[in-house]
Design a protein around this ligand. Sequence first.
Ligand SMILES: [Zn+2]
Length: 297
Amino acid sequence: MHSEHDGMNPTASASESAIASTSAFACAIPDGERNQAQRQGASSASDASDAGIAAAHAWLRDARHVVVFTGAGVSAESGIPTFRDALTGLWARFDPQALATEEGFRADPTLVWRWYAERRAAVANARPNAAHEAIARYEARGGRRVDVVTQNVDGLHRRAGSHRVLELHGDITRVKCLDGCGAPEPIDPAFDWRGDAREPPPCPRCGAPLRPDVVWFGEFLSEAALAEAQRAASSCDAMLVVGTSALVYPAAELPVLARRSGARLVVVDPERTAIDDIADAVVRAPAAVALPSLLAE
Ligand SMILES: [Zn+2]
């Protein structure tokens, strides 16, 4: 189902889906570089200890530059189903490849547009949760730079009030020209493309259909966004990874970059992730539960 996605290729794009190759961590950090906290067991893959949480809180309180890297788990806590979980009911018979590829869109633009109209409606009805809000408050408090790097396409970090948000997989509430005319200029924000949820409207410049501004299967992430995320990961002094299995390449390399550059790495996820073993602390909890106290003053 996901065979076109070659995790060994560092330029292969991830997609809105959180399905992943397991080969992304060929470049795991050698044991010798793992830090003291981990050797002392603070980042055990079992439930986080109070000491681990206290240490993580202190690192995040004292850091001058923090990258908060978020994935589908954070959106799910706002009730937004993952791409795959949304393939229910009328959509259950469709292959994700038909709904989230350029080929699929060209073959049946109406079908794909209707799918995304439903996804947009789910996003419009959702609200930022306590995790989004805690991240926004953390930035607003000042005293440090906070970059949010997200694999989510729902715009909830911005709606919660975060200002520095890098959307690696795009934003489902934006559109772009299928033929890329005028790229990388965005479509005029005044252009009303939402009038008809049934058909993709024509590009106001060239008449080609407009498509959702998200990264589809087989597509590349924006080079500029990825480069900016890599720069942030390499220069932060703490990275907080939340609600992502951290398997999808190339975004999955960001925690590795951060660790290599000496940043503290804190993972928050109810389930085991691919980067638990290189983390300084692992908090085994839902984001909306853990973040308000972890990012508190
Ligand atoms: Zn166009």
